[in-house]
Structures are given as structure tokens and as C-alpha cells.
Design a protein around this ligand. Structure first.
Ligand SMILES: Nc1ccn([C@@H]2O[C@H](COP(=O)(O)OP(=O)(O)OP(=O)(O)O)[C@@H](O)[C@H]2O)c(=O)n1
Ligand SMILES: C[C@](O)(CO)[C@H](O)COP(=O)(O)O
Length: 234
């Protein structure tokens, strides 16, 4: 059987309201480059990834100025109102591909070892999957007054990560079929709602999403550690 073809979609059309900076969080600089440049690097450099499609907002003033913007692997499309709209717009711009890996621009600490785990799963099982890591803490469900209603069993409970990898056409059909009736915050939920089976691949918990301002410090810490590990190996 021939090796499957992999492409990547990077939704980057958000405004980063929760970080509260004066520019969208993906364009903030951490160490030597912007968050989105850190995010794109392992995908652009990956030999088995054919194309990378980035969705940016209609009034984006930053992406075109990045060095990576002219990379031959890259296509830029207009994103939409919600993350799911930005993902769909990018999926529709992809040429024929067996698998698409959807990864948040706001997750700059993604390691190529986790990308390889997803690809190995596709090669072995001929099916999609998503990264996640196990919930470690005691989990509480409260009401709107922060009064605890329940301690939730943490067994088999996971934090959803990206990349999430599916067949391109299956994902377009799933999102198109369910997005009017449901709030879709990740690709797996569209597949689940459309009746598909999604497998979790255990990923690294340092693949954090920069969501609040304090996540910037953590991202900087992890990226500098990764850099020094690479230098040690050289
Ligand atoms: N309309 C949107 C909204 C979000 N995203 C992208 O989806 C990813 C994950 O979303 P999130 O962390 O929620 O980003 P924001 O929407 O920018 O954050 P906030 O909700 O704090 O405004 C980010 O890379 C973001 O740029 C997108 O492409 N299009
Ligand atoms: C896709 C995602 O990053 C998985 O954790 C997440 O769902 C993005 O949306 P959120 O609104 O920031 O949870």
C-alpha cells in the first residue's frame, strides 16, 4: 500500500481575547519569534507533510510580514467568525489529501514526536485520531455559584489537544453536517456527532494552548528547554 498523504490546517484567525494583549496572541513574540512561527516550524520542516494551510482573519495585518509567509508549502486563506469556520475554510482549500492534521496556531510547543505518533497511527490503522493527555487532578462539577455538585470520576477523562487528524473529506462532511445544530470546539466533536469513532493518542501535556496571559511564561519556559535540549544533542 502507498504511503498516505498528510496535510495540515492551522486556524489562526482568533483575536486572543482571554490573553488580553493589544495584538492577536499568535503574533506575540516568545523568545526569538512569534507564537505562530514556533507553531508552524515542525510542520513546515516535516518531510511527510505536503501542504500547510493557515486561516487568518479578514483584517489580519501581521501574517504577511512573517518570513514564513512566502514558504512554498504554505497557503493562506480567510478564516471565519468561529474557530470551526476558520478550520472549514482551510479544509476546503486543500487539494486531495488522505489525512489532514488540524492544529491551533496558539499551541507553539508541539513536538514532532507527537506529530509522528499520529502519522504512525494512520499508517498502521488507516484511520484518524487526536492527541490528548489524561486528567490528573481531582475533578469537580459546580453550579453557577461555584457550589460543588459532584466530584467527577477522572478515570478515562482526557484534556483534548491538537493536532487532531482525520480524512479530509470525512471532516468536511462531518463539520458541514453538524455545525448548525452544535457548538463545535474541536474536530473530534464533529466526527463524534456525525457518528464516527475517534481514537485518542496520548500526547505531551506541555503541548499547551496559550489561552491566558500566564500561559505565555510557560510557553517561553518549554520552548527554551526544547532549544537547549536540541543544542545539547548537536
Ligand atoms: N474565529 C476563529 C477563532 C479562533 N481561531 C483559532 O483557533 C485556535 C484556538 O482558539 P482559541 O484559543 O480560543 O483562540 P482565540 O479565539 O483567539 O482566543 P479567545 O477565545 O481568548 O479570543 C487559535 O489558534 C485561534 O487563532 C480561528 O482560527 N478563528
Ligand atoms: C481545539 C482545542 O484546542 C482543544 O483543546 C480547543 O477546543 C479550542 O477551543 P477553546 O475554546 O479554547 O477550548
Amino acid at each position: 500500500m502507498s504511503d498516505p498523504c498528510f496535510s495540515v490546517v492551522i486556524p489562526a484567525a482568533g483575536i486572543g481575547k482571554r490573553v488580553g494583549a493589544d495584538i492577536p496572541k499568535q503574533y506575540l513574540t516568545v523568545l526569538d519569534s512569534t507564537i505562530i512561527e514556533h507553531t508552524l516550524k515542525p510542520f513546515i520542516e516535516h518531510a511527510d507533510i505536503q501542504r500547510v494551510v493557515v486561516s487568518v482573519s479578514e483584517d489580519d495585518q501581521w501574517f504577511a510580514h512573517l518570513k514564513v509567509a512566502t514558504h512554498p508549502k504554505l497557503t493562506v486563506v480567510k478564516g471565519g467568525k468561529e474557530r470551526v469556520d476558520s478550520v472549514l475554510s482551510a479544509l476546503k482549500a486543500l487539494p486531495e489529501t488522505d489525512y489532514v492534521l488540524v492544529h491551533d496556531a496558539a499551541r507553539p510547543c508541539i513536538q514532532s514526536s507527537d506529530i509522528d505518533k499520529l502519522m504512525a497511527h494512520a499508517r498502521e490503522t488507516n484511520s484518524g485520531a487526536m492527541l490528548a493527555y489524561r486528567v490528573r487532578d481531582t475533578m469537580k462539577r459546580s453550579d453557577q455559584f461555584n457550589h460543588i455538585k459532584k466530584t467527577v470520576d477522572r478515570e478515562n477523562l482526557w484534556h483534548a489537544l491538537t493536532p487532531q487528524m482525520f480524512n479530509n473529506k470525512q471532516l468536511i462532511d462531518a463539520i458541514s453536517g453538524v455545525q448548525q445544530q452544535h457548538l463545535i470546539t474541536d474536530e473530534a466533536s464533529a466526527i463524534e456527532l456525525a457518528g464516527g469513532q475517534v481514537t485518542i493518542i496520548e500526547g505531551r501535556s506541555d503541548n499547551l494552548k496559550v489561552t491566558q496571559s500566564e500561559d505565555l511564561l510557560l510557553a517561553e519556559f518549554y520552548l527554551s528547554k526544547f532549544n537547549s535540549l536540541v543544542k545539547e544533542k548537536i
